[in-house]
Design a protein around this ligand. Structure first.
Ligand code: FAD
Ligand code: NAD
Length: 483
């Protein structure tokens, strides 16, 4: 086969592999280069998302939830369980099996769609050439009409708590623990901290999260964040805000490693706390190491992201970039949609992506999900809005499932009634928020949703009622304001 392609994608995470499949479906001769190796040293597709991100974390969230629910949730249903056991290595192995199944699935999709899958490293050279080094070290120069960079992101390391992959770990290490740490520290009460903190909290760890910011989930709708903090704290997660870590010291305690963490609390006082394991999850940074030849013509911004315009074109003609390696939220689905947009634009379509409607979910239990603008953002922008909320405690379906915590908040424009945002903490929030996202894509008003028929009893009725509440028309809760 000739080494000239229509499209070469570098990176087979959700941004890159989706782009490659779409490009091939559009009749373009496409190759995708991926350097990830599994534990056996074999090349695998799927990137962070499938190997050490979205999927493995959700596998452990689901396993740990089942364990915790049997122990804590079944009694009130009248179900008694006499003996409950925990086999952490088996749980971790189940996660690994799912990862294997899904990463193999990508290779199958590549085959089915005619994408040439190349395992090894890609480096962008000048003139849309790509230097490809395979996993045996053989180097080849490939040529393409278009190159798509989709090399993703890696965890940020902080000098005050350097990851040693034993006592101080990152998210990848936290997905591989073979035993439940008694005392688990987490630096950063963001998405990863809350998800992986929840996993180990449910399995029995005493989890303390140290968060530098004074506000919990600062980017979320404040009312929803407050409610989420209350629920997660009740579950046993100890969230210490305004706490800045200043040092970590790994020590030997009678043959057992532990880590002494020093931090400044909200009064500025120095505090210390000892953990058996410490997860550092303070954000991720774009990954471009060894990727760009000095004369390749692609610019990066001051934070290291590859600079792209709204259509994901870099400043080098014929070179595109998608996913975590470019601006915007680091979310798998954001990267995948960018991948589709770029493939379609390469094929001559005028596809654009709507960056205003990207759902965002934290997979705690209950889930925290949002799409569109928050009240705080609208206030700041001076945009007139009205909001309606519906608590799950008033939902028959939620109560039947013992899921009465949380609420749905719907926000609409004060004059046009067009839905501007939806924020949920509650059961199946991830799926419920998508209903608002679909409505927003179609330019719906809150009244439009209010006029639709929702099945009963469903959790979706809470979305219906929140939309009704926007205009004081809720049925199953008292409306606060007079018409
Ligand atoms: P990546 O998935 O990082 O893939 C990039 C790929 O490029 C990698 O496979 C890498 O090996 C390869 N690569 C890099 N450089 C080269 C090179 N020079 N040559 C060849 N290959 C190269 N997002 C969600 O939307 N939902 C979630 O629930 C969620 N959960 C997460 C949980 C965790 C623990 C973590 C860490 C992340 C999570 N994310 C989640 C974020 C999500 O994983 C990322 O947003 C997503 O994987 C980014 O996709 P990407 O394709 O841009 O990059
Ligand atoms: P994050 O940005 O969500 O949270 C990091 C937190 O660490 C922030 O609250 C920040 O204030 C805090 N922090 C930073 N430096 C600190 C310090 N020195 N001491 C104490 N706190 C500090 O980042 P993350 O949790 O590492 O996740 C990285 C990215 O991965 C996320 O932004 C998200 O895009 C993606 N992700 C998504 C999901 C999902 O969609 N469910 C799940 C996991 C990860």
């Amino acid at each position: 086969m000739s080494d000239k392609y229509d499209v070469i994608v570098i990176g087979a995470g959700p941004a890159g592999y989706v782009c490659a499949i779409k490009a091939a479906q559009l009749g373009l001769k496409t190759a995708c280069i991926e350097k990830w190796k599994n534990a056996e040293g074999k090349g695998v597709n799927g990137g962070t998302c499938l190997n050490v991100g979205c999927i493995p974390s959700k596998a452990l969230l689901d396993s740990s939830y089942k364990y915790h629910d049997i122990d804590h949730g079944l009694k009130k249903h009248g179900i008694a369980v006499k003996e409950l056991g925990l086999d952490v290595p088996a749980m971790i192995q189940r996660k690994a099996d799912i990862v294997k199944q899904l990463t193999n699935g990508i290779s199958g999709l590549f085959k089915a769609n005619g994408v040439t899958s190349l395992f090894g490293k890609g480096k962008l050279l000048a003139g849309k050439k790509v230097e490809y080094t395979d996993n045996d070290g053989n180097v080849k120069t490939l040529e393409a009409e278009h190159v798509v960079i989709a090399t993703g992101s890696i965890p940020i390391n902080i000098p005050v708590s350097p990851v040693d992959n034993e006592t101080i770990i990152d998210s990848t290490g936290a997905l591989e623990l073979q035993a439940v740490p008694e005392r688990l520290g987490v630096i950063g009460a963001g998405v990863i901290g809350l998800e992986l903190g929840s996993v180990w909290n449910r399995l029995g760890s005493k989890v303390i999260l140290l968060e530098a910011l004074p506000d919990f989930l600062a980017m979320m709708d404040k009312g929803i964040a407050r409610e989420a903090q209350k629920i997660l704290t009740k579950q046993g997660l100890e969230i210490r805000l305004s706490c800045r870590v200043t040092g970590s010291k790994v020590m030997d305690n009678g043959g057992k490693k532990e880590v002494l963490v020093t931090y400044q609390d909200k009064e500025g006082k120095e505090q210390q706390v000892t953990f058996d394991k410490l997860i550092v999850c303070v954000g991720r940074r774009p990954y471009t190491e060894g990727l760009l030849a000095p004369d390749c013509g692609v610019n990066t911004d001051e934070r290291g992201f590859i600079y792209v315009n709204d259509n994901c074109a870099t400043n080098a003609p014929g070179v595109w970039a998608v996913g975590d390696v470019v601006r915007g939220p680091m979310l798998a689905h954001k990267g995948s949609e960018e991948g589709v947009m770029v493939a379609e634009r390469i094929a001559g379509h005028k596809t654009q992506m709507n960056y205003d409607i990207i759902p965002n979910v934290i997979y705690t239990h209950p889930e925290v999900a949002s799409v569109g603008k928050t009240e705080e953002q609208l206030k700041q922008a001076g945009e007139p809005y009205k909001a309606g909320s519906f608590p799950f405690v008033a939902s028959g379906r939620a109560l039947a499932a013992d899921e009465g915590e949380g609420m749905v908040k719907m926000i609409a424009h004060a004059e046009t009634d067009r839905i501007l945002g939806c924020h949920i903490v509650g059961p199946s929030a991830a799926d419920l928020v998508q209903q608002a996202a679909i409505a927003m894509e179609f330019g719906s008003s809150a009244e439009d949703i209010g006029m639709m028929v929702f099945g009963h009893p469903t959790l979706s009725e809470a979305v219906h009622e929140a939309a009704l509440a926007v205009n004081n028309h809720a049925i199953h809760i008292p409306n606060k304001r007079k018409k």
